[in-house]
Design a protein around this ligand. Structure first.
Ligand SMILES: [Zn+2]
Length: 180
């Protein structure tokens, strides 16, 4: 309910934000409302319906899109598709942890290229060591994602809001292009 789908100016779905971020984008004049939820929000001075789908007024080319995906636990899990990056097993959100590839005590940063999804067992096994020291191997090299695929958006939310479906099907029938 409090999730808002953000479309590119081309109507291609590119990310999901919480409603606070959605309101911020609206007040900054960066987006237009395409769909609203039925629920009304009241503040002291006004009352409005929560946006459900927003569209960016300015097109964001693929090369710049990566800058809008904020580093967060949720987005790291989405990037890694809820899969432990050491043993390759898919787990529930609550059974996953974030692992510093290079441990923070060794100068490893909390960044897209040093944080991966790990199951509790692998995280414990690795401890405060690098993968090489722990004799463990990453299944993929971590990095900043360019976009979060729609299927992971679906996977994460308990149910896809009805008003999103037409926009999400847009992406299922086309593939992101690398022409920008
Ligand atoms: Zn694991």
């Amino acid at each position: 309910m409090d999730h808002v789908l953000v479309l590119n100016a081309s109507f291609e779905p590119i990310l999901v934000v919480n409603w606070q971020k959605a309101m911020q984008l609206l007040f900054q004049g960066k987006v237009e409302v395409v769909e609203e939820y039925d629920k009304e929000v009241r503040t002291v001075s006004m009352r409005f319906r929560l946006p459900s789908v927003l569209r960016l007024l300015k097109y964001i080319p693929l090369t710049r899109r990566k800058n809008i995906i904020r580093f967060s636990r949720a987005n790291v899990l989405l990037r890694d598709q809820f899969t432990c990056q050491y043993c390759g097993r898919k787990r529930a959100r609550t059974e996953l942890t974030l692992d510093h590839v290079v441990p923070s005590v060794q100068g490893g940063k909390k960044s897209w290229d040093n944080i991966v999804t790990a199951c509790i067992q692998c995280n414990q096994r690795k401890g405060g060591r690098t993968p090489a020291e722990a004799n463990m191997r990453l299944i993929a090299k971590p990095g900043r994602p360019e976009w979060l695929p729609t299927f992971t958006i679906r996977y994460t939310l308990k149910s896809t809001p009805e008003r999103w479906k037409v926009y999400l099907s847009w992406q299922m029938s086309t593939h992101p292009q690398n022409n920008s």
